[in-house]
Design a protein around this ligand. Structure first.
Ligand code: ADP
Ligand code: MG
Length: 249
């Protein structure tokens, strides 16, 4: 009976994920179909074709993004954790997110340590976690009327752990929103997936870390991520250095 129950729950869960994936992917497909129909049907004014192709491209990119988010959610613990250099991860995060911040007229400042800092994690996932937090912070600023959006990532290293703070002066969250943060599909955005925070909470948990958040509606938000530092077992050798980790982008 118990097995049957568990299977039922699993089938329900799969149904839920499938339904929302279909929903998410159908919207861009509908848009692409619409624009292709327009392009076939009539002679378009000069410039229109290019514009429609651009829209289709961005809808396709969005679909790819949604699919990759779903994929990362579906196998949270399957990746190997290796000693990973947070400094390198922060450099890549900066390169990835600077254009996005510029596009939204948001000033982004990412602090990185002067030397490698080792954590036990999957570096691709860790990068994705930071991208998710910074992306949300930028989007929260882009929605504010003051037009002076700022996002900062600061870090602090102590003997056992590294603390990352990601702060923004964006729209902030209500208590109700804070309560839902990290729940799957929770999103307040018209085209949000509500998967970014779920993935990030899961990943940080897998790396042995914690996340806390302080937010004031209309003023901004600050996330604090704490991660244990990676140390070699033997005494007297604090950092494991010289490990080369290839981070794909
Ligand atoms: P999405 O970005 O697709 O909506 P996420 O899981 O990344 O999904 O975020 C879920 C929700 O959490 C967002 O829709 C938003 O309401 C809230 N949120 C997350 N980060 C912030 C932030 N820095 N400022 C304000 N709201 C935030
Ligand atoms: Mg997001």
């Amino acid at each position: 009976l118990f097995i049957e129950y568990a299977q039922n729950e699993r089938v329900k869960a799969i149904g839920h994920v499938a339904a929302s994936l279909v929903h998410e992917v159908r919207n861009p497909l509908t848009a692409i179909k619409g624009f292709l129909t327009l392009m076939r049907g009539s002679r378009l004014e000069p410039g229109k074709t290019e514009r429609y192709i651009d829209i289709c491209m961005s809808e396709i990119e969005r679909t790819e993004y949604i699919l990759s988010e779903y994929l990362s959610i579906s196998k949270p613990n399957s990746d190997e954790q290796v000693p990973s250099d947070l400094q390198a991860i922060l450099h890549i995060t900066r390169d990835v997110m600077n254009p996005y911040a510029n596009l939204n007229n948001v000033v982004l400042e990412i602090e990185s340590p002067p030397e490698p800092v080792w954590i036990l994690a999957n570096p691709d996932r860790m990068k994705q976690v930071l991208v998710n937090f910074i992306k949300n912070a930028v989007e929260a600023c882009a929605d504010t009327p003051h037009g002076d959006g700022r996002v900062a990532l600061n870090l602090q290293i102590s003997t056992r752990k590294v603390t990352l703070k990601i702060s923004d002066n964006g729209v902030g969250m209500t208590q109700e929103q804070l309560n839902h943060l990290g729940s799957i599909y929770f999103s307040t955005k018209s085209s949000g997936t509500g998967l970014g925070m779920t993935f990030s909470y899961q990943a940080v948990h897998t790396f042995g870390g914690t996340i806390s958040v302080e937010s004031t509606q209309g003023a901004g938000t600050e996330f604090t991520i704490k991660l244990p530092l990676y140390r070699k077992k033997e005494q007297g050798e604090p950092w494991r250095s010289g490990v080369h980790i290839d981070i794909k982008n």
